[in-house]
Design a protein around this ligand. Structure first.
Ligand code: N01
Length: 534
């Protein structure tokens, strides 16, 4: 890589977003380079190799739709695809569309600086620098691992792992005393499998979690046939649902339904399995009393599963169900019936330090050979903040976002011309089916770049006014729901010191409509210019 190497576009990250962005840039006839820190493509699905890692959106939906041939020919083996299968799929896509030659692996981007005079981005990697007119961040929403700074961590004599940076060769827990910190989706998926292997498993739980069974299994061939007979229609209908996924909303208030009707609905959704539990009634995420009926149902289920009433009580969440990401499990609550599993409530007795022989809480020391951090991510902004991004006037993005992320549509941010974010904060992203959201952003960005070229324009930048209004709108929408009511990573509440701002935009269909309107009005809310300053 020579300092003078020039591209039309640089894409940072080769997960679902970067891979598809490259394909679209190629179709536009642009020169593009993707930089990927990992030694393989796949993003989230490259890094998260912990036991039990799988997607909890159904495989027929968690896949690209941009190519009818691709979606017809690929065969998923299970209802919910496992991490290895999704990684195989992404590698297949890279080969099928001949993308690898423009993807540079094992290359971490450390800085990106907008050169105002040239109207280009200088993109600095650990191995060199290039320049590009467009800089597209496909860095992922959940890619910057969060490992809490427990005192003494560096003195631990055993082995420690973060679920988001799992060793490729796997980890042998046989005969080991293992501690897992964290009971979000990653903990809920890995705990049952680690428990089967370990001599003893201690689960350090700060906040109990609501989890609904996955009922995973081989993909139903009839369902596959029906979906593939009209894949486009299936995608279109899903795109009209609030989360952009096939979770039909039952159009009845939980409070207006009779007790019997409520139980019937909840039981049906429980038996169906998956995230659609939260749309069992239309007001579950809007009204506390309505939500409590669903929360009570899940607590009842877990009390029936977990034999020790004290353990069941400690596992019972009190917050609003769905407010932190709902978990989907295979045998999670059942795992606490095993004689080799101990639940440690670290909200009652907090973790004080990691000691060479294990973990010490305020009332006991737990001897451990291995420690697993299922402690999540510096979500949505973490990966962007780890790159030194500087816009007009050399202003750092980190400084601009010091009080929380500010974007227009989650696609651009004022002061940073020709910088695009794929599924950035302020877009539905993590509160939608990620793959269609990624495709929608990639297609919007590709169309926008095409428009600039057709109109002899060189720069696009969100206006401060449009951004201001969008940030306020994202907040207004969230405030009408129960989402801001608990300490979730959607709010940045899991990372000490992170500003508490609700980051995703709620509502996939209105969001897509808004993006389309903005484009149709010549990119309303963005300033488009012919050259420098303009
Ligand atoms: O992370 P999390 P995750 N001391 O942030 C605890 C997606 N995903 O990796 O709740 C003690 O949800 C923390 O406790 P608390 C999905 O969107 C999808 O599990 O903050 N505990 C919590 O229990 C998901 O939501 C899939 O009190 C500490 C846990 O660690 C997102 O990724 C699979 C602590 C972190 O949970 C993140 O999930 C996996 C501390 N200092 C992930 N700090 C599927 O598609 C944190 N915790 C299936």
């Amino acid at each position: 890589m020579h300092p003078g190497t020039q591209f039309d576009a640089v894409v940072v990250g080769a997960g679902f977003a970067g891979v598809y962005m490259l394909h679209r840039l190629r179709e536009l006839g642009l020169s593009a380079r993707v930089f990927e820190a990992g030694s393989g493509i796949g993003g989230t699905w490259f890094w998260n190799r912990y036991p039990g890692a799988r997607c909890d959106i159904e495989s027929l939906e968690y896949s690209y739709q941009f190519s009818e041939a691709l979606q017809q020919e690929w065969k998923w083996s299970e209802r919910y695809a496992s991490q290895p299968e999704i990684l195989r799929y992404l590698n297949h896509v890279a080969d099928r569309f001949d993308l690898r030659r423009d993807i540079q692996l094992s290359t971490r981007v450390v800085a990106a600086t907008f050169d105002e005079a040239a109207g280009r981005w200088a993109v600095q990697t650990e191995g060199g620098a290039v320049s590009a007119r467009f800089c597209i961040m496909a860095t992922g929403c959940l890619s910057a691992a969060n490992t809490p700074a427990f005192p003494g961590l560096e003195n631990f004599a055993g082995a420690s792992f973060h679920t988001g940076h799992w060793p490729h060769e796997g980890v042998d827990f046989a005969g080991k005393r293992v501690g897992v910190i964290g009971t979000g989706s990653s903990g809920v998926q890995s705990i049952p499998l680690i428990a089967r292997e370990a001599a003893h498993l201690f689960v350090f739980q700060r906040t109990p979690t609501y989890s609904v069974p996955a009922h995973n299994g081989p993909l139903d061939p009839d369902l596959e046939r029906r979906v593939k007979a009209d894949y486009a229609g299936f995608r279109r209908r899903n795109g009209q649902m609030p989360f952009g996924a096939n979770f039909p909303i039952h159009p009845v208030s939980a409070l207006e339904a009779t007790e019997e009707e409520r139980l019937r609905q909840y039981e049906a959704r429980w038996q169906q399995g998956g995230l659609g539990f939260v749309t069992a009634f239309w007001d579950l995420l809007l009204d506390r009393a309505a939500n409590e009926t669903a929360a009570g149902f899940v607590r009842g289920k877990l009390r029936a599963i977990v034999r020790d009433p004290a353990v069941a009580a400690a596992l019972s969440p009190r917050h609003v169900v769905g407010c932190k990401r709902l978990c989907i499990d295979t045998g999670y609550y059942e795992t606490f019936n095993r004689p080799n599993v101990t639940l440690v409530d670290v909200s009652a007795s907090p973790i004080e330090e990691i000691v060479p022989e294990g973990l010490r809480t305020s009332d006991a020391t737990y001897p451990l050979d291995c420690l697993v951090f299922a402690t999540g991510f510096d979500a949505m902004t973490g990966a962007l903040r780890r790159i030194d991004i500087r816009g007009r006037g050399g202003r750092p993005l980190r400084q601009k976002w010091a009080e929380g992320p500010r974007t227009y549509l989650g696609l651009g941010t004022a002061g940073f011309p020709n910088l695009f974010l794929i599924t950035g904060p302020g877009s539905p992203s993590v509160l939608s089916n990620m793959v269609p959201s990624i495709e929608q952003h990639v297609e919007w960005i590709a169309r926008c770049i095409g428009y600039l070229r057709e109109h002899g324009l060189e720069r696009i930048e969100a206006t401060a006014e449009a951004e201001e209004a969008w940030v306020a709108h994202v907040n207004d929408v969230a405030e009408k729901t129960l989402y801001p009511s608990c300490n979730s990573w959607y709010l940045g509440a899991n990372v000490p010191g992170k500003p508490r701002v609700f980051m995703p935009y709620l509502g996939f269909p209105p969001y897509v409509q808004r993006c389309d309107e903005v484009a149709a009005k010549g990119y309303e809310g963005f300033r488009l210019t012919a050259g420098r300053g303009g």
